[in-house]
Design a protein around this ligand. Structure first.
Ligand code: DGD
Ligand code: CLA
Ligand code: PID
Ligand code: PID
Ligand code: PID
Ligand code: PID
Ligand code: PID
Ligand code: PID
Length: 312
């Protein structure tokens, strides 16, 4: 297809740049400017809306392309192979083309809103500047091909199951855990801190398992889960906490996507995360909330998971 051909040209223009970026640099975990959690949440919300509107098959292919690309990483900078670099760009170009232009621009504008204008120049200063300019020129040509292949109308909303066992169980889970949710400081910057003692390649291994799980999920249920998060973001209070009803809808939606993949795929995520999360992290989280609320939430989760497993 045209986007695939254009991605090869984009690769010619941008792979030198890709090799020069230090993908393992911890700077990419930081907010791209001053820390503004509510504005950042707005930007994430725009990404959620774009993801929910995207063609699910193309999203899966993009997830698969990333998984494959992780497998061909080499060298100290963590760069993927030329072929996989091109494949990721092609896959993402197709995802972008599957949503109306305005949804893409809404993401750009919202991210721009939390990005200090000095950030692009700083990023450029870390690589050969001429190669960055060549890459950007390539991006500008690529985006014209994407725009020429872009849809103009958004897809229909997902169908949300009703009266299912997971939905019923989600009510009990939500009742048991909402006090805990209210105890958590959602606007803290602690969630942007590096995991103690873990390198980027180690962390990427765990993220890879999530990418694999995402790619196996039921299309409609994944879309519904994105839409439930978007709705929940719309009802947050000043401390970032969503309403009980929207919280329950998120739990139900996530239970359903977990049930839509094999148990082992879920356990692969859990086990890889358990390897990189030091117990001091969990204990620190626990120390900041009411312990009885946390224990009630944990009990609710362990009951919920049996219902999920039964329909998995
Ligand atoms: C950039 C963009 C990269 C900056 C990286 C910041 C992104 C941070 C993302 C954090 C998001 C939160 C997610 C994390 C969640 C964690 C949860 C725990 O360098 C601009 C200005 C605005 C920049 C910010 C907006 C970036 C938006 C990027 C998309 C968002 C994607 C998603 C994010 C992440 C999540 C992924 C899953 O656009 O951009 C560089 C440009 O900066 C440079 O400006 C451009 C002008 O826009 C353009 O108009 C033009 O002037 C150009 O061109 C210069 O500069 C000139 C000529 O016109 C060209 O013809 C050519 O010759 C060129 O020069 C050659 O040099
Ligand atoms: Mg990504 C984007 C890393 C998994 C879906 N992703 C980005 C970039 C960053 C990144 C490089 C955001 C920051 C930025 O804009 O820099 N993703 C990244 C990592 C992983 C991952 C490390 C780990 C596996 N992503 C992942 C998965 C999905 C996505 C699983 C779901 C399938 N990701 C996704 C989308 C988008 C990203 C839809 C974006 O739109 C965003 C992006 O790249 O926006 C431009 C700048 C970007 C780069 C350095 C890489 C692109 C290079 C281009 C082709 C040429 C360079 C041009 C110029 C020099 C800089 C960009 C200017 C900009 C205005 C276009
Ligand atoms: C400018 C000036 C003009 C010239 C110009 C110009 C530039 C415009 C630009 C630009 C626009 C632009 C847009 C970009 C958009 C990037 C969008 C990224 C989206 C990320 C998503 C992440 C996610 C997921 C995912 C799916 C999940 C939901 C999420 C489900 C169902 C200024 C050059 C025209 C870069 C969607 C993918 C996993 C949230 O206009 O003169 O330069 O860049 O998890 O969904 O699971
Ligand atoms: C524009 C203007 C509108 C019209 C429009 C428009 C286009 C927007 C577009 C577009 C946005 C867009 C985004 C693309 C992004 C590509 C990002 C590629 C990233 C590749 C990576 C590869 C890799 C790896 C990996 C992880 C490793 C690092 C690497 C570590 C820690 C402008 C059409 C709407 C194409 C990250 C995965 C292995 C490098 O908005 O008018 O057309 O395209 O090895 O991580 O090692
Ligand atoms: C300039 C002027 C214009 C021309 C121009 C220009 C240059 C702009 C540039 C540039 C922008 C730019 C951006 C780059 C972005 C790279 C993003 C990489 C993201 C990598 C990540 C990696 C990671 C992980 C991971 C998970 C870990 C955290 C991390 C935990 C809990 C100035 C040329 C357009 C290079 C996200 C995945 C392992 C961080 O605009 O005229 O030149 O470069 O380790 O999670 O640890
Ligand atoms: C233990 C001991 C026993 C008792 C026990 C026990 C506990 C086990 C546990 C537990 C397992 C467990 C699993 C959990 C799994 C969480 C998985 C999260 C996945 C996240 C994903 C994110 C993503 C996306 C997304 C889609 C995108 C890709 C991504 C596309 C196509 C120890 C109690 C049995 C919590 C998948 C969703 C946006 C990456 O066994 O005695 O306690 O918890 O962006 O894909 O867009
Ligand atoms: C288990 C054992 C195996 C069998 C198995 C199994 C089950 C795994 C499961 C499961 C995992 C799982 C995960 C669930 C997660 C629910 C998470 C809910 C999050 C809700 C949030 C709501 C909100 C918001 C929001 C953003 C705001 C904050 C809030 C800010 C900054 C164990 C079956 C495989 C159900 C976050 C979105 C508005 C609070 O593996 O043997 O069964 O379920 O307002 O952000 O303000
Ligand atoms: C313990 C002992 C057992 C019993 C037990 C127990 C407790 C465990 C606990 C606990 C674990 C725990 C975890 C918590 C996790 C909270 C995670 C919140 C994430 C929030 C995010 C927010 C955000 C954003 C956002 C984007 C911004 C960045 C942020 C940028 C660029 C010990 C009870 C089981 C509470 C990610 C979305 C706005 C950060 O196990 O016997 O009690 O709590 O602003 O992006 O700015």
């Amino acid at each position: 297809d045209q986007i695939g051909d254009a991605a090869k040209k984009l690769g010619d223009a941008s792979y030198d740049f890709a090799k020069e970026v230090d993908w393992n640099n911890g700077v990419f975990l930081q907010a791209p400017g001053s820390f503004q959690p509510l504005k950042a949440l707005k930007a994430i919300d725009k990404m959620i809306e774009m993801g929910a509107a995207a063609d699910p098959e193309l999203l899966k292919k993009a997830a698969d392309a990333h998984h494959k690309a992780i497998g061909s990483i080499s060298g100290p900078n963590g760069v993927t192979s030329r072929a996989d670099w091109d494949a990721v760009n092609a896959a993402l170009g197709r995802v972008v083309a599957s949503v109306p232009k305005q949804k893409v621009m809404d993401v750009y504008d919202a991210v721009k809103d939390i990005t200090d204008p000095k950030v692009p120049a700083y990023m450029k200063s870390l690589v050969n500047g001429a190669d960055a300019e060549k890459a950007y020129q390539g991006f500008l040509e690529f985006k014209d091909v994407v725009a020429a292949n872009q849809v103009t109308t958004a897809s229909a909303a997902a169908a949300v199951p009703t009266g299912d066992k997971i939905g019923t169980a989600a009510k009990a889970l939500s009742d048991a855990s909402y006090p805990f949710i209210k105890d958590i400081d959602w606007l803290s910057d602690i969630y942007l801190k590096p995991l103690p003692g873990k390198t980027a390649p180690e962390t990427l291994t765990a993220i890879d398992k999530m990418i694999v799980m995402g790619s196996k999920m039921d299309d409609n249920l994944l879309k519904a889960a994105a839409e439930a998060h978007h709705k929940a973001i719309g009802s947050i209070d000043a401390k970032g906490v969503t309403s009980p009803a929207d919280y329950e809808a998120v739990n139900a939606a996530l239970g359903r996507i977990v049930a839509s993949v094999p148990k082992q795929t879920v356990m692969d995520v859990y086990n890889s995360m358990a390897k990189i999360v030091d117990p001091s992290v969990t204990n620190n989280m626990f120390s900041k909330v009411n312990p009885l609320d946390a224990l009630s939430a944990a009990k609710g989760f362990y009951t919920f998971k049996d219902v999920v497993e039964a329909v998995q």
